[in-house]
Ligand binder design. Structure first.
Ligand SMILES: [Zn+2]
Ligand SMILES: [Zn+2]
Ligand SMILES: [Zn+2]
Length: 157
């Protein structure tokens, strides 16, 4: 029976996938990461990308969100050094481009704890991702906060 932990070859493909993940500022699906790598001229198979991502997710090295369309997307999160367990947090994810912001939700934490306790549950966990459209590419102007105009910066005194 093969040891699942000991054999951890760092292949050239794996390194390329890691680099592409680190360079991204948002969540990427395996397909998007694959396209990115192919665009860079890397010779890597889609299956390899899937497998590598899944292993990173199992190790807790990357965050995974399941997008509304059911596709899993991955991101190497900023917090926590490699090898360390990441601190619990949530994500705001753009469903169009995958751009994400890490957010904390104290209200969510206390709410989940309360409803779980009320129902007699212990050892509870949860995942919560918030999907929406980021301000980068929205065509309709937001009624709340005006978009920042490029080229002109307001000068305050
Ligand atoms: Zn994260
Ligand atoms: Zn976006
Ligand atoms: Zn939480």
């Amino acid at each position: 029976m093969p040891d699942p932990v000991a054999r951890r070859r760092s292949t050239r493909q794996g390194a390329a996938i890691d680099a592409a993940l680190s360079a991204a500022d948002g969540f990427l699906t395996a397909q998007a990461l694959y396209d990115e790598l192919r665009g860079q001229g890397a010779s890597v198979g889609l299956t390899t990308v899937y497998r590598h991502l899944r292993r990173l997710a199992e190790d807790g090295a990357v965050d995974v969100v399941v997008r509304p369309d059911g596709e899993a997307a991955y991101r190497r999160c900023g917090s926590g050094a490699s090898g360390e367990a990441e601190q619990h947090h949530h994500h705001l994810v753009c469903r169009t481009c995958g751009f994400s912001v890490e957010v904390e939700g104290p209200e969510v934490e206390s709410w989940t704890q309360r409803v779980a306790t009320d129902a007699g549950f212990t050892d509870v966990s949860h995942t919560l991702e918030i999907f929406g459209e980021c301000g980068r590419h929205s065509s309709t102007p937001s009624p709340v906060s005006p978009p920042v105009r490029s080229g002109r910066e307001p000068r305050g005194g």
